[in-house]
Design a protein around this ligand. Sequence first.
Ligand SMILES: [Zn+2]
Length: 137
Amino acid sequence: MNDPRALPGEPLALDLVNTELAPDGTVVDLLATAESARAWAAAAGRVRLSVSDALAPARTLQTGEPAWQPAVLAAANLLDLLETAPDRVRPCANPDCMLWFFDTTRNGTRRWCSMAVCGNRMKARRHHDRVKARLPA
Ligand SMILES: [Zn+2]
């Protein structure tokens, strides 16, 4: 099964924020159907919960309703991110993009959800604007 997530590798809370994306200008909701929501949850790894052991202690969160477990885990993850590095949770600098990311770069200067997609689009746009500005009217 292909990973449907917009930015695999981002923290769980941002995976949940990024379930709406517009890769070609049309908004896609990764949680629109039960089937797509299950595919996203399986890719995010949230449906496979394990009990911690002495070698790998882990926080266990439980809700009365199992359907709420993914949302509770995402909320807990977001609180962790906001407590440890709130300035590193950012929206993509491409104004046409709706994705968020957690900046793990050493100097904290990441601007794009993906350099290969939004970074290159914005570079091409700036180049186009510079060339256009030099042309006579
Ligand atoms: Zn982007």
